[in-house]
Ligand binder design. Structure first.
Ligand code: TXA
Ligand code: MG
Length: 318
């Protein structure tokens, strides 16, 4: 099914598809998601198949209200309630104890489930109409660049999904921040909500995962978010020798540099939120140019810059 604009009719149709076990790509404020009814193991299996995603990598479950949260998670700790009040709806994913009805496939057999309540009006309307929580990873083939536009989903997943709802480019451009709270608060993935904001709400988050917690966050494995073109991080493109710019393209932070085949500037004003919003869009564009390499400039490690650098480092870690 082709890409459809979000209208009352298309949302009704997409919701009916979801209730019938279908798979629907939809916009969120972070990236586009590939959704299925979280209680329908067969529909969820199709999501894994479409993405060629390994079964050990669990999905995020998206809810539209508190009642839906209670159908998904159990024994919600007070720290989680504090975060929910502060950041939901929004780009924060919280790992909670799972209820038994959530199929093991969704959580890769873990006793926990990652939950978020998106802020995007189309995502919320779709979940409400489907009247069921949606298990939804990013709508890209496993390991490849994330989609921030309906056209990215169309190009990458095409006729494999039942419907792609177009909501325009996404606002944040990087995925949600993921935290777990037990046994102690820890950051599993930097994302659209800055770590500083979460720590201001509930106190310090452990950053370096213990070996024991590491398998709980397969998204933290290297070789993720990667374009086909090799990518490397450079401190300042202006200091890259001219000979190395030959045949390469540049993802600059604030200013373009001559000598590259082509370049994109993430934010001329040096605004990290603007940079995040363009990150995957520009990487999709640069990846299509057939360059020998993408040089990506290092960004400041503060605010959403931490999430951007996390994606670039994983993209470049092959
Ligand atoms: O912004 C987002 O979070 C987007 C939009 C679509 O909501 N979704 C997204 O999903 O980024 P995905 O599948 O690309 O990343 C989900 C990450 C995985 O890396 C997985 O390891 C982690 O969430 N995760 C899921 N369930 C978990 C659990 N029970 N414990 C720890 N990590 C979990
Ligand atoms: Mg993803």
């Amino acid at each position: 099914m082709p890409v459809v604009p979000a209208t009352t009719e298309s949302l009704d149709r997409a919701a009916a598809l979801l209730r019938g076990g279908g798979v629907v790509a939809f916009p969120t404020e972070t990236v586009y998601g590939l959704g299925a009814n979280a209680f329908d193991a067969r529909a969820v299996a199709r999501v894994f198949e479409i993405k060629a995603r390994p079964a050990f990598d669990p999905l995020i479950v998206h809810v539209s209200d508190d009642a839906m949260l209670e159908r998904v998670a159990d024994d919600i700790p007070a720290t989680a309630r504090t975060l929910i009040r502060a950041f939901w709806p929004g780009p924060l994913t919280i790992v909670l104890n799972k209820r038994a009805d959530i199929p093991d496939l969704v959580t890769a057999g873990l006793p926990t489930v990652a939950v978020r309540m998106p802020a995007h009006p189309i995502a919320r309307a779709l979940i409400e109409r489907a009247a069921t929580p949606l298990a939804a990873p990013s709508a890209n083939p496993f390991g490849y660049l994330s989609p921030t536009q309906a056209a990215h989903v169309e190009r990458m997943l095409d006729d494999r999904v039942d419907c792609i709802i177009d909501g325009g480019p996404t606002e944040h451009g990087v995925e949600s921040t993921i935290v777990m709270l037990e046994p102690r608060p820890a950051l599993l993935r930097p994302g659209a909500i800055p770590i500083e904001a979460i720590e201001a709400s509930i106190g310090p988050l452990a950053r370096e995962l213990s070996d024991e917690a590491r398998p709980l966050a397969p998204g933290r494995l290297s070789q993720h978010y990667a374009p086909h073109t090799p990518i490397r991080i450079v401190n300042h493109a202006a200091r890259v020798p001219e000979s190395e710019r030959n045949g390469a393209v540049l993802l600059a932070f604030r200013t373009p540099v001559a000598g590259y085949l082509d370049a994109r500037v993430l934010s001329a004003a040096g605004n990290l939120r603007e940079a995040a919003a363009h990150l995957f869009e520009y990487l999709h564009e640069l990846d299509a140019l057939g360059a020998v390499r993408i040089d990506a400039e290092r960004l400041p490690m503060k605010g959403v810059g931490v999430a951007i650098m996390d994606r670039l480092q994983r993209a470049g870690s092959r």
